[in-house]
Design a protein. Structure first.
Length: 561
DNA sequence: CTAGGGTTAG
């Protein structure tokens, strides 16, 4: 720094140095400064009489290398205002990257206009960073538009598009682009593969994921840290914990993300002990856990009912100086609530250092309901409705609270309020992968091309399930309708459609794997157990929280969920 | 001096 200061003093005392003939050497100084101390580099930039674009770009890059900062965008604004120097492709690449890191949508859109105006709108780097910016802002369709307008696309552009779809869970689209890429003669590399694999993880598309794993080996694609981590996560999220473990064990180097993905994998399988053992091994391997690792550890404790261990890891986390995030608090509240310690959960929430979010309050209300603490539950649920009047979950929670104490008058009042305000619940949605395509079933939506066959088959299944002595759990249906209709409504639950489709489309030893966006209801849980026995099929359901592996009439969660 | 990647509560 002292050398830099001296150089800076020299520039200040000899104004002629900042003349354009010295632009190159000044750029060198800036470059060095930006690397060491961006704020200093920025000051230096502002003192130049006529800085060139290289100087601007260098400072922007300096800011990008540090923590998220709006500085590159501010610098761009300054560039526009001063009308000189003109931006080049590097400038736009840096600014778009900054916008995508900050998800600064409006700013990015403005920059997009400037890029077009400057005539650089059709440059490969500008377009790729722009495409990435839009998808990072979850505006995938805008990203797609940029992508479609590109007259040349290399592996980076294709990967950016695939990653954009993958991040928002548009799995079929991601895979479609992946196939189009190969058809277009562009070879996927390890970055492409990571995006496609994580799309499979999200969708629970095991067969596709396996195929991608083979593809990597067959085509000699570099199996680096990121690829392996994505594979571990994919196998774990598809319920194949053995395969996840095999990949993990074979990794030559593992960082915190790699360990975390395996720990989280055990956690969602309900394998609490394995998750905690692995966390200990991570410590022995001297890899510093990050906040995601702790989420995995704490949620493993919650899923395993390990209250004492959860407390232990919580305090060790605080002792290490890790600042707990909302997710960590959420895990702890969940830990207490699952163990039916509603009072403790409540005290814990009261002691939080940050304001609890609605999700945490909802976890509490569910626990109050289970522990018959109706008054408290009602109070919190009503506050939730005030806080988030557009969120259907809150109304459903309050009405189910009333339902559980048979207060039908108040229950229908909440239901009516919900209807009057036109608030729609998030529909249940389940998916199943058949022959490389992910089929989605939304509750009450019969638009699937094979809907007729599925309906007929569902009728047969429901007949057999009832004949076997299953008592439908009508309380799972909150609609204010007769029992017959309630029973029908239960058979419209999306996971049953997906399971039925799986039974129709695959043969006996094949496991049926279904992914659901919500939690499975108690009746579906019971029915799926029965189906696994009646049809002699292993059925694996990944719900919003965790895995359920049904076989021979029992579930791996042992009804603790 | 430029663009694309892995882990994340309920």
């Amino acid at each position: 720094m002292r050398v830099l200061d001296q150089i800076h003093a020299l520039i200040l005392t000899h104004p002629h140095i900042s003349h354009s003939t010295n632009a190159f050497s000044l750029s060198k100084v800036l470059c060095f400064a930006a690397y060491k101390n961006v704020q200093y580099a920025k000051r230096l930039l502002f003192q130049l009489r006529s800085p060139n674009i290289f100087a601007y770009n260098t400072v922007m890059r300096g800011f990008l290398q540090h923590s998220p900062s709006p500085e590159p965008i501010l610098l761009f604004r300054r560039l526009i205002r001063s009308k000189f120097p003109a931006s080049n492709t590097f400038t736009f690449a840096f600014v778009f990257k900054s916008c995508s890191i900050l998800t600064a949508f409006d700013e990015g859109r403005q920059v997009h206009k400037h890029a077009i105006a400057s005539g650089l709108g059709d440059n490969l780097f500008v377009q790729t960073s722009l495409l990435n910016f839009y998808t990072k802002c979850e505006e995938v369709e805008l990203g797609r538009k940029v992508f479609d307008e590109m007259f040349q696309r290399n592996v980076v552009a294709w990967s950016a598009m695939i990653g954009g779809y993958a991040r928002v869970g548009k799995v079929n689209e991601a895979l479609e682009v992946f196939r189009a890429m190969q058809k277009g003669g562009v070879e996927p590399d390890e970055v492409t593969m990571v995006s496609v694999i994580s799309a499979c993880a999200m969708a629970g598309a095991l067969d596709l994921g396996k195929w991608l794993h083979m593809f990597i080996d067959k085509n000699g694609i570099k199996n680096d840290l990121e690829v392996s981590t994505a594979l571990v996560s994919m196998y774990a999220k598809c319920g194949c914990i053995e395969k996840a473990w095999a990949v993990f064990e074979a990794m030559p180097v593992r960082d915190a993300k790699a360990w975390s993905s395996m720990i989280v994998g055990f956690s969602i399988m309900g394998m609490a002990k394995e998750a905690l053992d692995l966390f200990e091994r991570m410590g022995e391997a001297q890899v510093e856990p990050n906040h995601v690792t702790l989420i995995g550890v704490l949620s493993a404790c919650a899923h395993g009912g390990l209250v004492a261990e959860g407390r232990k890891y919580w305090s060790s986390m605080l002792n290490c100086g890790m600042e707990p995030s909302m997710e960590h608090y959420g895990c702890m509240v969940d830990l207490f609530c699952r163990a039916n310690k509603a009072e403790e959960a409540y005290e814990f929430v009261a002691s939080m250092r940050i304001a609890p979010n609605p999700a945490i309050w909802r976890t509490l209300v569910v626990s109050f309901k289970k522990n018959k603490m109706f008054h408290k539950g009602e109070e919190v649920a009503k506050q939730l409705i005030q806080l988030e009047p557009q969120n259907a979950e809150n109304y459903i929670l309050l009405s189910s609270l009333y339902a559980s104490k048979s207060d039908w008058v108040k229950m229908s009042r909440v239901r009516r309020q919900m209807r009057d305000r036109r608030i729609k619940a998030v529909p249940g949605c389940s998916s199943i992968e058949i022959n490389g395509h992910v089929h989605e079933f939304v509750m009450g939506d019969w638009s699937h091309p094979e809907a007729k066959a599925i309906t007929e088959f569902i009728r047969e299944v429901s007949g057999r399930v009832q004949a076997s002595g299953h008592e439908p759990w009508i309380a799972s249906v909150l609609q204010n309708v007769g029992n017959g209709e309630k029973l029908d409504a239960l058979w419209e639950h999306s996971e049953r459609l997906a399971i039925a489709y799986g039974l129709l489309k695959t043969k006996a030893p094949v496991t049926i794997r279904v992914v659901k966006n919500l939690r499975v209801c108690e009746d579906c849980h019971e029915v799926t157990k029965t189906i696994s026995k009646l049809y002699d099929r292993e059925i694996v359901v990944r719900d919003r929280i965790r895995f359920h592996k049904f076989a021979n009439g029992v579930c791996s969660c042992q009804d603790f969920w």
